[in-house]
Write a new protein. Structure first.
Length: 151
């Protein structure tokens, strides 16, 4: 773990204090072919820190930035082995139903309602109209993409 000495203002490194059981778990994980390579690498980073290696040396051995070493150690300290797993990412985009796409195309070919005061649609005004009048929420980016694809 990194900490600042108040008088000298020098960064001092200390290895992680790991039990023999933790070291064994990390060795097993680091050498396993059943886990993603990124997880095995993070396990090696924590293991090397537990062996007392310096942050700079660990970063060089692992081929990562020193900040990545710090993050791996912090995640392991906070969450244990679970902290070495990849973070969950957002899921895939939700698909816009074909009927909504067809409605965008149909409205595009029509003039805006007279009470709107518009002479033509913009991507933003069409998205707003769909949301307010028809309860369909699509982004103006989506409408622009449909327009490009439809020419």
């Amino acid at each position: 773990m990194l900490f600042m000495e108040p008088e000298a203002s020098v960064i001092v490194e200390s290895g992680m204090d790991l039990s023999s059981e933790q070291m064994a778990e990390l060795r097993e994980l680091a050498g396993s072919r059943d886990v993603p390579a990124d997880v095995a690498l993070r396990a090696r980073i924590v293991l090397w820190s537990g062996e007392g290696r310096r942050r700079k040396d660990i970063a060089e051995l692992a081929g990562v930035a020193p900040l990545t070493v710090d993050r791996c150690k912090a995640r392991y300290t906070e969450r244990g082995l679970a902290g070495l797993e990849d973070k969950r990412r957002g899921g895939p985009r939700t698909q816009v139903p074909p009927r909504v796409r067809a409605r965008v195309i149909a409205l595009t070919r029509m003039s805006p309602p007279v009470d709107s005061g518009l002479s033509h649609w913009s991507t933003r005004t069409l998205a707003d109209h769909l949301k307010r009048r028809e309860g369909v929420s699509v982004s103006w980016h989506y409408i622009a993409r449909v327009w490009r694809e439809e020419n």
